[in-house]
Design a protein around this ligand. Structure first.
Ligand code: ADP
Ligand code: MG
Length: 239
């Protein structure tokens, strides 16, 4: 059963069509990677899914319910959570308090404390819990943001370039974390450039190019498509 079903969605910004006629359905329990050159519309599609933007045309269903007109807040209540591409931790606040801000949307008191300490362990941030978030290494800030997204206990987790700025070892650990969340039932959609990372986690891959779905299938299928190699070299025909 599709958890998220995107039907004929386009998003125009003035004269620019950032997302164009996208049909994409993602099953519950999947790890789905979204790849494509810069400016392909990946982040815009994520923002359409979470309700930061409204589509110019088309509709979006979550668990068979049409959520097209719903605000982000309502979608979070339904079980969606996103780590955006641009960093959004509160740099002045301690790591622990950053998590609390997110956790407060779902719980309080002792439950909150227990969950916060669990997340600090899961993200390997326990030793840095009292540091201001801005003092963390870049990779750790990304983990903290993933933790803030997890604090909302999502059914669907969207991660926009989660490994940017991470070492290969940190990237690999992020992949293992995503796989373990998925084993526990979470559906995860990831925008990513690092193909080793995509290979590590992806069950299915969608290639976006000039706002449109360009290719879709297993990673093997997609990387063996010569048209896909061409768009990364900038040789594909536009339009
Ligand atoms: P990607 O994440 O694949 O790199 P984006 O979704 O960020 O691509 O951007 C797709 C296109 O839409 C780009 O040409 C970008 O400049 C444009 N764009 C994105 N957001 C806005 C916006 N808020 N206003 C105008 N243009 C935008
Ligand atoms: Mg982007």
């Amino acid at each position: 059963m599709p958890l998220i079903d995107i039907k004929g969605v386009s998003k125009r910004f003035g004269g620019l069509t950032a997302v164009s006629g996208v049909d994409l359905s993602i099953d519950e329990g999947e790890i789905h990677c979204l790849i494509g050159p810069n400016g392909a519309g990946k982040s815009t599609l994520f923002k359409l899914i979470v309700g930061v933007y409204q589509p110019t045309v088309g509709s979006i269903l979550f668990s068979n319910t049409d959520i097209t007109g719903e605000r982000s807040y309502a979608r979070v209540q339904r079980g969606m959570s996103i780590k955006m591409q641009a960093p959004s931790v509160f740099k002045e606040l301690p790591v622990r308090q950053n998590l609390d801000v997110a956790l407060q949307q779902k719980q309080s008191g002792n439950d909150l404390t227990v969950e916060r300490e669990r997340l600090l362990q899961l993200l390997d941030l326990a030793d840095d819990a009292d540091k201001p978030a801005g003092a963390l290494a870049h990779g750790q800030q990304q983990w903290l943001e993933i933790g803030m997204a997890l604090a909302l206990r999502p059914r669907l987790l969207l991660l926009d370039e989660p490994t940017a700025g991470m070492s290969p070892e940190e990237t690999h650990r992020t992949g293992e974390l995503i796989k373990s969340l998925n084993r526990d039932g979470m559906t995860v959609i990831v925008v990513e450039h690092d193909m080793a990372f995509v290979r590590q986690i992806a069950q299915r891959v969608t290639v976006l190019h000039l706002g449109r779905i360009f290719a879709d299938g297993t990673l093997e299928h997609v990387v063996n498509d010569p048209r896909v190699a061409e768009i990364y070299l900038g040789k594909a025909h536009h339009g």
